[in-house]
Design a protein around this ligand. Structure first.
Ligand SMILES: CC(C)(COP(=O)(O)OP(=O)(O)OC[C@H]1O[C@@H](n2cnc3c(N)ncnc32)[C@H](O)[C@@H]1OP(=O)(O)O)[C@@H](O)C(=O)NCCC(=O)NCCS
Length: 218
């Protein structure tokens, strides 16, 4: 049975200054090009921190210099995968505001997501996120919850982690997923138009003001 020891998760604050510079040295030419094209300082820091963190995590796992790893977008929706034969490791990363999260496992496709309460509160000023994200049953549950923003954020990261594990990302509408309530253990209850896949999922505590989740297709 899959347990939390079967997936390696790392999270942290976005780096800055000399630490950010050191992290940049771990990236390959393609990643440095992408980082250099990011004009927003926050997006730049998130990108470099997340990609360096993933390299360190994978490097430790397979005992390889992090700078020698290659990640390539694969599949119809471009989910990046590790290219390092003979190892078959599944990887994923996410970042938001001042947090980055990475996950690595050999047991199946993995998805992670992190989001900040303030970003979700801002995006949901007019309540439009409720409709984009939640099923009608979930919207009813939301009216009963005390903290709308943290509930909505938790639903968001759980659903996006499922969709990132599947590799489809937001090409699939989050409203097709029916999840357990945010105060309950994370569970995918139904997926419109398809059977519910075998998933292992867990919330991640990445500090106050954030929600994060990791999902592995088992
Ligand atoms: C995956 C996706 C949900 C990420 O959304 P986001 O909230 O902006 O960003 P996150 O911080 O959660 O995650 C970003 C990381 O997810 C990973 N990722 C990219 N595509 C992915 C996919 N299809 N499935 C899972 N993970 C993916 C990448 O590592 C990416 O980081 P990078 O851009 O620095 O390389 C979104 O980009 C998406 O829906 N992509 C798939 C559809 C698409 O647009 N494809 C275009 C290429 S064909």
């Amino acid at each position: 049975m899959f347990t939390e020891t079967d997936v390696c998760v790392s999270w942290g604050a976005t780096l800055d200054g000399p630490e950010l510079y050191a992290a940049t040295q771990l990236l390959d030419a393609g990643e440095r090009r992408r980082a250099g094209a990011l004009r927003d300082a926050g997006a730049h820091r998130r990108f470099v921190t997340a990609h360096a963190m993933l390299r360190v995590l994978v490097g430790r796992q397979i005992d390889v210099d992090p700078r020698l790893l290659t990640f390539t977008p694969l599949g119809a929706y471009g989910k990046p995968e590790l290219v390092y034969s003979p190892h078959r490791l599944h990887v994923n990363l996410a970042s938001a505001a001042e947090r980055v999260v990475c996950a690595v496992t050999e047991h199946g496709p993995v998805g992670v997501d992190v989001e900040s309460h303030s970003v979700i509160a801002d995006a949901n000023r007019f309540g439009e996120l409720d409709r984009i994200l939640l099923t009608s049953a979930e919207r009813r549950q939301l009216t009963e919850t005390g903290d709308r923003v943290s509930s909505l954020t938790r639903w968001w990261v759980r659903k996006e982690a499922v969709l990132k594990a599947s590799g489809e990302g937001l090409t699939v509408e989050p409203t097709t997923l029916q999840m357990s309530a945010p105060h309950e253990a994370p569970r995918l209850l139904a997926w419109q138009g398809r059977p519910v896949p075998a998933l292992w999922m867990s919330d991640l505590d990445v500090g106050a003001g954030y929600e994060a989740a990791v999902v592995v297709v088992t």
